[in-house]
Write a protein that binds this ligand. Structure first.
Ligand code: THU
Length: 159
């Protein structure tokens, strides 16, 4: 039977590349700006672009629950997709919560699809760093591994 496997890395905070450590610091700061009055689950995200700049986002919830947006998509939505001049190298996500569960944050399915969309356009892998409030860090070097058999625009007729 065909199988699919992928590798991930567990990384200590002190072993992060400086640009990723900076992204994690920005993601932590972004958590503080989360608007999460319903879940009390505050997420921060920092996206590292290939020119060394960062964009950040946090989750913004809504009384009409589905209208809320995750931190990853809040950050990625400010990426200029009109010319694809800058590529996304990495996205770092972390959280604060009152729950007992302190595992590294695993992005939701919609965010995985959004990250995959950008990766597909830029034709270069996006690394995902999933972090915990205790600074446990899991790295996946290519976003495709978090969305095997993903849908993309190759299926669509494009002009
Ligand atoms: N959330 C994110 O911001 N990113 C994820 O990858 C998982 C979930 C947010 C959505 C909602 O505001 C809260 O966390 C609880 O689901």
């Amino acid at each position: 039977m065909p199988t699919y496997s992928f590798q991930f890395e567990k990384i200590n905070l002190g072993d992060l590349a400086p640009s990723i450590a900076q992204a994690l610091a920005l993601a932590k700061a972004a958590c503080e700006k989360a608007y999460a009055p319903y879940s009390h689950f505050k997420v921060g995200s920092a996206v590292l672009l290939d020119d060394g700049t960062y964009i950040v986002g946090s989750n913004h919830e809504n009384a009409a629950y589905p209208a809320g947006i995750c931190a990853e998509r809040a950050a990625l939505s400010s990426l200029d997709m009109s010319n694809h001049q800058r590529k996304v190298e990495a996205i770092v996500i972390t959280y604060q919560s009152e729950s007992e569960m302190k595992d590294p944050l695993s992005p939701c399915g919609i965010c995985r699809q959004s990250i995959a969309e950008i990766q597909h356009w830029q034709k270069a892998p996006i690394a995902i760093y999933m972090c915990s409030p205790l600074d446990e860090i899991i790295k996946v070097a290519d976003a495709k591994h978090l969305l095997p058999f993903g849908f993309n625009n190759d299926y669509l007729k494009m002009d």
